[in-house]
Structure formats: C-alpha cells, structure tokens
Design a protein around this ligand. Structure first.
Ligand code: AMP
Length: 300
C-alpha cells in the first residue's frame, strides 16, 4: 500500500506516464488517488491523436492534479458497415503525444474487458438523440453514453473534457450527467481546425488529395452561412439551401444532413437567433465528416 502510494506521488511529481490496461487496476488507482485528495481530470478518446485531442488534454492539464487519457475504439458505437475495424490506430505515437502534453495515465482497456460476453446494460439518452447523427446512425449514441458512463465509473473524474467538434455528443453527455445525477463537471472545448479550416478528425486520413480538397466544402459552406447571417438573413430554409448548394457542388460529396438547431435543445429552428447552430454531416467518398458552428460567431 505504502509503496504504491509513493509510486503515484512520484508519478505526479515527475510527470511520468503510466499505462493501465485493466479496468480493475484503473479502478483501484482512481480510488487511491482520490484517497490522497487528488483531483482527477479525464479526456476520453478513440486515439489516433491530433491537435484537437491535444487541446482537450492541455485544457485538462490546467484543471486538476492527475490527467487521465483513455484510448478505446468503442465497438458498440459503430453501426453495421461502419469503419470500426478500419479505424486508424497508432498506440505508441499516441503515448508519445500524451507524454508531451503532460498526461499522467493512459487508460487503454481491451474490448473484451469492457464488454464481457454476457454484457447486457446500456445507457440511453432520449430526445436529443432523435435528430442529426442520432437519426442517421441508429444506436450510435447509446454506444457512446454506455462507454462514457463505464469510463466515468472506472476513472472517477471531477472534470471530463469533450470537443465541440462533436456538438451533439457533448449535449447528450451533459444531459446524461444531469439526468443521472453524476457527480462531475463536463467541459466543452472549441473545434481545432487545420490551417485551411477543415475541422481536425482522426478520419481525415481516409481522404485522398482530391477528397481532401472537396472536404473544404464543409467549412466553406459554414463561412457562407455566417456571411449570410451577417448580411441580415434569418431564414433557416434560405441558409440551408445555400449551404446544400455549396456542398453539392463537389462531385464526391453526399449530404447526410444540413440542419440549423437550437444550441441547447437541438430542435430545428426556422428563424436564426444568437443560439442557433449550423450542423452538417457529409460523406466524401466513404468518409463521413461532421462540422458545426454558431451562426453568429466567426469561424477561426
Ligand atoms: P474521438 O477520438 O474522435 O472520439 O474524439 C475524442 C474527443 O476529442 C471528443 O470529445 C471530440 O469531440 C474531441 N475532438 C475531436 N476532434 C476535435 C477537434 N478538431 N477539435 C476539438 N475537439 C475535437
């Protein structure tokens, strides 16, 4: 007991990094840290880290004593025919990047450990998941909320950090935490973009150079929408039509949805207000990309 306590203290002082694979070990480690009065901050990811993930981790580093990153490609949030087996993975590179931003613990459980064969319990948020990605990816958010709930129980953070890139996911997780009286704070971090504006995503590696160029239609259509709003347009239908036209200009782009929603309830809005968000999901070839922004804000 005393020895392992010293290990954890040394780990925090030297900013060394510990890799934990077993859920039991993660649970025991969290209990010990909490017993020592340490404040745990948590960033859940599916790995293949990029600057977007690193901005969440840098924010996390500021907010607590022990920064935990999870890397877990969660099979139950992928639908039939989606890219679970193809999803990019590079654990060693992720660990090096995690170390560079001061992560203390990388939690990387095996699928079989989180989902034993008789696993049968799911967390499902209603309402908010009936629209947007929830409509086009049935079961996706049930997979997300189930794994995030499990990870919260294992890591026991005071704060967990999510990206606004996955706008609906952030809203759904906030609702889960509120509805189930979970005892932690959820923080959202702004979208990190490439120099040309494309929202960073692990899936961007799927794009060949022509598709990569076409993918700019997502951010360009968002800029177009922001310009229309700045010029006084308030009709969602008119803005959506202009956005669709811009995206459909690209030969390989197939729109999944273009919606303008209230930033809290995610209900579609007819007249744009300062709380309205434009959300788009587009397939470029086989790659599904999402983006969003508040229509009254400028895009970085
Ligand atoms: P993922 O690994 O794709 O599941 O993402 C893990 C977390 O990183 C989620 O909270 C995402 O919203 C967040 N994230 C992914 N891409 C970005 C980005 N470009 N900017 C900010 N956060 C992001």
């Amino acid at each position: 007991m005393e020895a392992s306590r010293m290990t954890i203290t040394a780990l925090n002082n030297k900013r060394d990094l510990r890799i934990i694979e077993s859920p039991e070990e993660m649970h025991a480690c969290a209990a010990e840290l909490i017993g020592q009065g340490q404040r745990i901050v948590f960033v859940p990811t599916m790995g293949y880290l990029h600057e977007g993930h690193l901005s969440l981790l840098r924010e996390g580093r500021r907010l607590g004593d022990v920064l935990v990153l999870s890397i877990f490609v969660n099979p139950i949030q992928f639908g039939e025919g989606e890219d679970f087996s193809l999803y990019p993975r590079d654990f060693q590179r992720d660990v090096d990047l995690a170390r560079s931003v001061g992560v203390d613990i990388v939690f990387a459980p095996d699928v079989e450990e989180l989902y034993p064969p008789d696993f049968a319990t799911y967390v499902e948020v209603g309402g908010l998941t009936d629209t947007l990605c929830g409509r086009s990816r049935p079961g996706h958010f049930r997979g997300v909320t189930t794994v995030v709930c499990k990870l919260f129980n294992l890591v026991r953070p005071r704060v967990a950090i999510f990206g606004q890139k996955d706008f609906q996911q952030l809203a759904v997780i906030r609702r889960m935490v509120r509805d189930l009286n979970m005892d932690l704070e959820i923080r959202g971090v702004p979208i990190v973009r490439e120099a040309d504006g494309l929202a960073m995503s692990s899936r961007n590696v799927y794009l060949d150079s022509g598709q990569r160029r076409q993918a700019l239609a997502l951010v360009e259509s968002q800029r177009l929408a922001a310009a229309l709003v700045a010029a006084g347009e308030r009709s969602s239908a008119a803005i959506i039509a202009a956005v669709r036209q811009r995206i459909e200009h690209e030969p390989d782009a197939v729109i999944d949805y273009v919606q303008i929603c209230d930033g809290d309830s995610l209900a579609d809005v007819e007249v744009v207000t300062s709380n309205s968000v434009l959300l788009v999901a587009v397939r470029i070839g086989k790659t599904r990309l999402i983006d969003n922004h508040y229509l009254f804000e400028e895009i970085s």
